[in-house]
Design a binder for this molecule. Structure first.
Ligand code: B12
Length: 240
């Protein structure tokens, strides 16, 4: 009973820390809940199966899921740096994650960034939204305009309830809106998605016209990433 109360209080405290630091919402998922799901191959970025929490921390108990609202297209900027791309719109997430990590460490817990896992699955488990036909997590208030980061910890915290409502229903606006036909319900073809094309194709000739139309270039090395599938979503419109 006492342990339950402590877990609840700690969850509240951590949420407050992240919200005060500028997060738009925060949720808790239990390590057991994500470990119960089968691992999936994430060849795109990490070339391996998603990790179990215990592969990263032997006594892992909870994951703090942090959500950040993309309120303006400028946060979709991608800037080429040599062979690599940097995404300044994602920088605030690092600060938010660090604040949570420092707070947990000060309390004597272990806390590390959790990368090798599906962020979208964790967001659904932490109650942020449903996995939509645009292959993104859709939050009832912010729609798909959210970005995610995770902290794995051995602190016991009361988990939030998973989001189990279907927000998409019969709507297929995102699928129709994709200028290159990269979406089929719940799946993005990374060889077609304009955001992905930059990363796999150095020449980028096949979709040159679409890139010009949907990914405006601001400077020699930068462009705004395509957001057509997000714009088409009926959730979060008025917030963006
Ligand atoms: C690589 C990558 C891409 C690749 C796509 C590769 C792919 N096939 O997923 C490309 C470059 C195309 C891409 C594009 C974009 N991405 Co991206 N991407 C990632 C990244 C780094 C890894 C995803 C990955 O490896 N996927 C591989 C598949 C196998 O895993 P998965 O997508 O997580 O989930 C699959 C399975 O779990 C399965 N599944 C089966 N049952 C269930 C049940 C549930 C509930 C769930 C959730 C899933 C699920 O279906 C899923 C799709 O196949 C993640 C961050 C991360 N580490 O998770 C961001 C991430 C998914 N991307 C994100 C975003 C925002 C985008 C873009 C909008 C670009 C942008 N502005 O940042 C576009 C949108 C395109 C689209 N409509 O999906 C956000 C999503 C936020 C949200 N609202 O959901 C993430 C989480 C980044 C972040 N830190 O916030 N992305």
């Amino acid at each position: 009973m006492k342990a339950d109360l402590e877990a609840k209080q700690l969850a509240e405290e951590i949420k407050e820390v992240a919200l005060k630091a500028g997060a738009d919402f925060v949720g808790i998922a239990s390590a057991n809940a994500i470990d119960a799901l089968p691992s999936i191959w994430v060849g795109w970025t990490i070339q391996e199966y998603t990790k179990k929490t215990t592969d990263v921390m032997s006594d892992a108990k909870s994951i703090v899921v942090i959500g950040y609202h993309v309120w303006d297209d400028m946060l979709e900027i991608a800037i080429r740096k040599g062979e690599k791309w940097v995404y300044p719109g994602y920088f605030p997430l690092r600060t938010l994650r660090l604040k949570v990590i420092h707070h947990l460490e000060k309390m004597g817990y272990k806390a590390v960034p959790f990368r090798s896992v599906s962020h979208k699955r964790l967001a659904q488990l932490a109650g942020f939204g449903n996995f939509g036909k645009n292959a993104l997590i859709i939050n009832p208030t912010f729609g798909p305009w959210i970005r995610l980061t995770l902290v794995l910890t051995n602190a016991e915290m009361t988990p939030d309830k998973p989001f189990n409502q279907d927000l998409c229903g019969n709507c297929e606006n995102c699928i129709k809106a994709c200028p290159v036909g990269a979406l089929t319900p719940y799946k993005v073809d990374d060889t077609k998605c304009l955001v992905g094309v930059h990363l796999i194709d150095k020449e980028i000739t096949k979709y040159a016209k679409e890139l010009k139309l949907y990914e405006p270039s601001l400077t020699k090395n930068s462009h705004l990433m395509c957001t057509e599938c997000q714009k088409a979503c009926k959730y979060g419109e008025e917030k963006h």
